[in-house]
Ligand binder design. Structure first.
Ligand SMILES: Cc1ncc(C[n+]2csc(CCOP(=O)(O)OP(=O)(O)O)c2C)c(N)n1
Ligand code: SF4
Ligand SMILES: [Mg+2]
Length: 288
């Protein structure tokens, strides 16, 4: 036995095999995907299949594609996405549970040239933060509110949220949400669209690749519209919580299709008019 064989390293024969398997050169590869540089590289702590990961990714891609990494300030919530500032490589501030839009108001008013957004779950935005949400949008604060609706309090182990579906089982509604007792799920997009300060309101999802593309475009719109200084953009994203829904990620995708979207239909709820959008600076490669 040669020394190479004993050590388990390549023998002469192995090397000739490798030479025979000719790999394509760099020029022959077409680059189809690259990790956005607007993500820090820190490993996400999210459960496998959780929609927060996808939303983080498309948010980072939008910031990169708009070329605004140094002009963005985000407000992180309390909830599973509490560590968003560890993953997104741009300025972030933490807010107390539910207070993100109040924080964003102060940040935007003192930094009017920055692109300001909040990232909030349904417990954060539609329960403890309902007052802040409604007043922020009613004032027409010139920010983007990114609302990730997974129908439960994910971080605290899956309690019923304001957006939990009728009949849906959670840790605090083990027999299913009883609307006679707990009321009906809040349709936040429809609700806030009635406020005069709401400029753009849409509901998207991240359970299919097509839905992800649309959600990304909506986030892009929400940032670009800030240049017009005409009011609040509200982008709701229907997401999942495999751990607390007690489903596999694939089952979650089906549940979103069969149940969530029946109650929370996707699409634009309030759109700016053509007149409203006049003067919006077009940017190459950016779809508006
Ligand atoms: C003032 C305050 N009240 C309650 C809590 C406990 N708490 C932490 S996260 C959370 C709910 C998070 O749910 P959601 O906003 O839907 O985010 P998700 O984890 O589902 O993404 C609650 C009630 C807290 N941290 N602070
Ligand atoms: S508990 Fe739910 S929302 Fe939180 S990271 Fe896990 S799957 Fe996502
Ligand atoms: Mg939630």
């Amino acid at each position: 036995m040669s020394e190479n064989e004993i050590l388990g390293t390549n023998t002469k024969d192995d090397e000739s095999i490798v030479r025979e398997c000719s790999f394509p050169s760099d020029e022959e590869f077409e680059l189809v995907y690259e990790r956005p540089y607007t993500l820090t590289g820190a490993r996400f702590h999210y459960c496998p299949g959780c929609g927060h990961s996808t939303v983080h990714k498309i948010l980072a891609e939008v910031v990169q594609e708009l070329g605004i990494q140094n002009k963005v300030i985000g407000i992180a919530p309390v909830g599973c996405s509490v560590f968003a500032y560890d993953y997104l490589d741009f300025d972030m501030q933490e807010a107390a549970h539910g207070r993100a839009s109040a924080c964003a108001t102060g940040v935007k008013r003192t930094n009017p040239d920055k692109y300001v957004f909040t990232y909030q779950g349904d417990g954060d935005l539609a329960a403890i933060g309902t007052a802040e949400t409604i007043h922020t949008i009613n004032r027409g604060e010139n920010i983007l509110i990114l609302f990730v609706n997974n129908a439960v309090y994910g971080m605290t182990s899956g309690q019923m949220a304001p957006t939990t579906l009728p009949g849906m089982k959670t840790t605090t509604s083990p027999y299913g949400r009883d609307v006679n007792f707990a009321g009906f799920p809040m349709k936040m997009a429809e609700l806030v669209s009635n406020l005069p300060g709401a400029f753009y309101v849409t509901r998207q999802a991240v359970h299919t690749s097509g839905a992800v593309r649309k959600a990304k475009k909506a986030i892009m719109n929400g940032f670009k519209y800030q240049e017009l200084k005409k009011g609040t953009s509200f982008v709701e994203i229907i997401s999942n919580c495999p751990s607390n829904w007690k489903m596999t990620p694939l089952q979650c995708n089906e549940f979103i299709e069969t149940d969530m979207l029946k109650y929370f239909p996707l699409g634009d709820v309030k759109l700016p008019s053509r007149e409203d959008l006049k003067g919006l600076e077009k940017k190459e490669g950016v779809v508006l």
